[in-house]
Design a protein around this ligand. Structure first.
Ligand SMILES: Nc1ncnc2c1ncn2[C@@H]1O[C@H](COP(=O)(O)OP(=O)(O)OP(=O)(O)O)[C@@H](O)[C@H]1O
Length: 589
């Protein structure tokens, strides 16, 4: 049988196991082996005991049982038989308790492996280079961090355990038969092995193909369903809801068909093995008629074959099914192995240093290009900002404003030049301290399906109420919150659907204020800004302008920049001009 997928699976699982877990896995394998051994002993003991019990004077006929009978010195055969049956029952009880315990250990172990796969995937995607992160897309991210690990545990980790334990059972039986009757083993091998091998070969490619197709279809369907609901308003107005839902249903239908086909393949082996067992009986008959025309050996051989096949069939079936499941789930191994290259591995967090921001923040000859971009996204950026200044950024779409802020926030790292805080170069050793004092209010503020309070504190359990009030005031949210039935505890709906555009941005501002932001980056929304929203946001910005918080505002409406000390204009990644608000507004009017 092809062991490629088995080796691949074991190698893949090893990646997630610590040293002690690897030892634990070996220990568990030994326990499985022992449980299989007990399983076979139990069955092997049952048959002679039943035969002895059913036949008067049977005790004397069976050598082993007879010697036990003599050893115990019990006078009544009946009592001995009762004791023997009770003994067998106790043995089965103990054996099953033991194998249940082994199964319990195994499921706990599997669950822990599953958890470390999820953890490892989460870690991987949370430490992804930022530009790459946005390329992957949220549906694929959810699929990779939750769905793929789930199917990996079901389709790979569990199947490997099933496979190993069933192989143990088969080996024990085969060794037993070999000792007892080598000829039977030859017949069994000749019949069972090629048939099983051929069945596996016929189904494995199909199973693997099903898995790969499912891995594409599942996130694609999830993505469409996500869009269907998140774009509810736009799709309804454009009369496109049906188009999206039809496409999701079509994909879901394909998934159902593939899953049904995969399920069918798990049922087929048993049917096939049954046929093979019958074929075995026929082979023995033929053997007996043509080669060894001795009827007593024929009957005993058929009986033995039937007994061996009876115990072997379920095991061989489970082995085949497990192998096919491994093939169907092979895609999960490949999916988990993605992005393990050095370019995706973040340098280990260096020791963190404190950072003081008391005087200035400057960009010094900063240059940045996205991987594969034809021209630099930012070129020779030089800006000096004093603490407490309010600075505006304008420029056409794509001129590099957001990228510049992402560098300041350290989501991207400049290829040359640097950022200095109070004259000290900002490095990865300052990351924690830097993120503590810098806040970012994005164009589309991230909002959770939770209360206003949770959205401002980002779900903090030990809320500093005084700080919360201060943040609400600074973001000019107090009158809005006062008018709500449950005040700060009011739920804002999914992604803030119960809020206006201005209210959403002001929640973002309040969030930044709550965390004691010293430098605030505001990326003003282009689309959502109607006059009322602009007034609301401007009111908050004006209020913040009275504080000593340093503010950097990317604006699409010049009026947002009224309180700015200076305004930089970007074009194609370069700073092409520095303006004062008055001169800029005159130029436009
Ligand atoms: N993740 C990315 N990968 C590759 N190129 C990118 C990526 N993000 C932005 N760019 C490119 O970098 C350039 C600058 O984009 P940026 O978002 O900084 O512009 P912007 O001035 O903020 O635009 P807008 O005003 O429309 O928000 C654009 O040409 C854009 O296509």
């Amino acid at each position: 049988m092809n062991t490629g997928i088995v080796n691949r699976s074991i190698e893949s699982i090893q990646y997630y196991l610590s040293h002690s877990q690897k030892r634990e896995a070996v220990g568990m394998f030994l326990l499985l082996l022992f449980a299989s051994f007990l399983d076979v002993i139990g069955l092997a003991a049952l048959v002679p005991v039943m035969m002895v019990a059913g036949e008067p004077g049977g005790i004397q006929k069976n050598e082993i049982i007879f010697s036990i009978y003599n050893f115990l010195g019990i006078e009544s055969e009946k009592i001995f038989l009762v004791l023997l049956i009770v003994g067998i029952f106790i043995f089965f009880l103990a054996k099953n308790a033991f194998s249940t315990w082994v199964s319990y250990l195994q499921t706990r172990f599997t669950a822990r492996v599953g958890l470390s796969v999820v953890k490892s995937q989460m870690y991987k995607y949370l430490h992804f280079p930022f530009w790459h992160f946005t390329d992957v897309g949220s549906a694929a991210l959810v699929n990779s961090t939750i769905t793929v690990p789930t199917y990996y545990v079901i389709g790979i980790v569990r199947q490997i355990f099933i496979l190993l334990s069933e192989i143990c059972i088969v080996v024990v039986i085969v060794v037993g038969i070999f000792i007892y009757k080598p000829l039977l083993l030859v017949i069994l091998g000749l019949v069972l092995f090629p048939a099983t091998f051929l069945a596996y070969r016929a189904l494995r490619v199909k199973s693997q193909r099903i898995g790969s197709k499912l891995n594409v279809l599942r996130p694609a369907t999830m993505g469409i369903v996500n869009e269907l609901f998140s774009g509810y308003v736009e799709l309804k107005l454009a009369n496109k809801q049906k188009h999206f839902s039809d496409s999701a249903i079509e994909k879901q239908q394909n998934i159902q068909v593939l899953e049904a086909e995969a399920y069918l393949y798990t049922l087929l082996p048993l049917k096939l093995i049954e046929m093979v067992a019958i074929l075995g009986v026929i082979t023995i008959f033929l053997y007996a008629i043509l080669i060894a025309p001795d009827s007593t050996s024929l009957i005993s051989l058929v009986g033995l074959f039937a007994a061996a096949a009876y115990r072997l069939m379920p095991s061989v079936n489970r082995i085949l099914t497990a192998m096919l499941q491994l093939k169907t789930s092979q895609y999960t191994i490949e999916a988990l192995e993605k992005f393990r290259g050095d370019e995706y591995v973040e340098a280990p967090h260096p020791q963190q240093l404190p950072l003081r921001f008391e005087q200035s923040l400057s960009f010094q000859n900063v240059n940045f290009s996205f991987p594969g971009a034809v021209r630099p996204t930012l070129q020779d950026i030089n800006i000096d900002i004093k603490k407490g200044e309010k600075i505006g950024f304008i420029g056409s779409s794509g001129s590099g404003k957001t990228t510049l802020m992402n560098i300041l926030l350290r989501f991207y790292t400049e290829q040359s030049g640097h950022i200095a805080i109070d004259g000290e170069r900002l490095t990865s050793q300052h990351l924690q301290a830097w993120h503590k004092i810098i806040g970012y209010v994005k164009q589309d503020t991230f909002l959770m399906e939770a209360s206003i309070k949770d959205n401002i504190t980002l779900g903090e359990t030990d809320v500093d109420e005084e700080r919360l009030q201060y943040a609400i005031e600074q973001a000019s949210l107090q009158s809005f919150i006062k008018g709500l039935p449950e005040g700060v505890n009011t739920y804002i709906g999914e992604r803030g659907s119960k809020l206006s555009g201005g209210q959403r941005q002001r929640i973002g501002i309040a969030r930044a204020m709550y965390k004691k932001t010293e430098i605030l980056v505001l990326d003003e929304a282009t689309s959502a800004l109607d006059n009322e929203t602009e007034r609301e946001v401007n009111e908050a910005i004006n209020k913040l302008s009275q504080t000593d918080i340093t503010i950097l505002i990317i604006a699409h409406r010049i009026t947002t920049l009224r309180e700015c000390d200076r305004i930089y204009e970007l074009n194609e990644g370069k700073i092409i001009a520095e303006h004062q608000y008055e001169s800029l507004i005159r130029r436009i009017v």
